[in-house]
Design a protein around this ligand. Structure first.
Ligand code: OKP
Ligand code: ZN
Length: 344
């Protein structure tokens, strides 16, 4: 299995994040990708290649053009306002009963309009890294469309929290959604996106919520007690054509493999019934027992079992990296998953 990655993805290097009501050291940092690369090399897992270049068109099939323009122009606008801070945080949002149709001219108003949390700072090179991360996912999708049986897109920044026109949860472009759409546009009739990150993939869910051609499944911590808080409940099943094609498996804090793996079984059964042409896995390793921001209890060896179970589906499978913040163990846990998949 080939891995796709660009060093440009390291250019997004946040220092801080707002989390749990305070300013904290950033968790979604470049060393995450480095740990995975180091492990891939240490076990000689397979070739590591650079992403191809793509126009913005496949990204604009998922994201609104004004949003992408905002992301790409942001640092220029920020500095033109005279801001000198090296990272920018949104701090005000259009909620429920306020108007949401007018994009403010002022930079803080814009930041709030195009985001949903203050945990996702933007720096001078964020856009470069974000675009490259999406191209990493797109290259994986293109390789699958060209006949590969599997590929690993080492995306960073991650993507599954990003909606059509707002960022948050460390995510800017929804890499998995962009890849799934690319696969739909290049021969796949049906695509399943299985999100095994600890956090609900609210962005991916929202993007495909009314569609029958992309099935979305997510196993995650119950949003009543965990980020992203407002989506990911079991009764969110899709709307219109998309009804029954959105499946959420919220689980309590403290969930061990014995319980988590039952949701994995249920998800796999639904994928088998759906009969997709290709599977996209939103791969988060933050279900790990030692993850600093998460509360599930998976052990390192159990990541091999995730890979093995997914392999049993017998589908062409594109892995897209999402979360995982126990940096020391991240490479092992990630490569364990891919190894479990490959050894079936
Ligand atoms: C991104 B991904 C709650 C803090 C939440 C944001 C978490 C974003 C996770 N205690 N901070 O899904 O791994
Ligand atoms: Zn996560």
């Amino acid at each position: 299995m080939k891995t796709i990655f660009s060093p440009d993805q390291m250019l997004h290097a946040p220092q801080f994040e707002v989390s749990d009501g305070k300013l904290e050291p950033a968790k979604e940092i470049p060393s995450r990708a480095q740990m995975v690369l180091d492990r891939l090399k240490a076990v000689q897992f397979g070739e590591i290649i650079e992403p191809r270049s793509f126009s913005l068109d496949p990204i604009l099939k998922i994201h609104a053009s004004d949003y992408i323009e905002f992301l790409s122009d942001f640092w220029r606008l920020w500095t033109e306002e005279g801001r000198t801070e090296q990272e920018a945080f949104p701090f005000v949002w259009p909620v429920r009963q306020l108007r949401t149709d007018i994009v403010p001219d002022q930079i803080d108003g814009k930041l709030g309009h195009y985001s949903f949390d203050a945990g996702t700072p933007m720096g001078p090179h964020t856009w470069t890294a974000v675009r490259r991360s999406a191209e990493t996912a797109l290259t994986g999708a293109a390789m699958m469309a060209e006949g590969a049986r599997s590929a690993f897109a080492l995306c960073r920044p991650p993507g599954h929290h990003a909606h059509k026109s707002f960022f948050g949860g460390y995510c800017f472009i929804n890499n998995a959604a962009v890849a799934a759409q690319y696969l739909r546009d290049h021969g796949a009739k049906r695509v399943s996106v299985f999100d095994v990150d600890y956090h609900h993939g609210n962005g991916t869910q929202a993007i495909f919520y009314d569609r029958a051609d992309v099935q979305f499944l997510s196993i995650h911590a119950d949003p009543k007690v965990e980020f992203p808080y407002y989506l990911g409940h079991a009764d969110e099943k899709g709307v219109g054509e998309g009804e029954e094609f959105n499946l959420n498996y919220p689980l309590p804090h403290g969930t061990p493999w014995e319980v988590w793996s039952r949701a994995l079984e249920e998800g796999c059964a639904s994928i088998e019934a759906y009969k997709p042409d290709v599977l996209v896995v939103s791969l988060g390793m933050d279900t790990f027992e030692k993850d600093p921001i998460s509360q599930f209890k998976l052990k390192s060896e159990e990541f091999n079992l995730i890979g093995e179970r997914l392999a049993k589906l017998g589908l062409p499978t594109l892995f897209i990296m999402e979360g995982g913040y126990a940096v020391e163990d991240l490479g092992v846990n990630c490569v364990n998953t891919l190894t479990g998949f490959r050894q079936r």
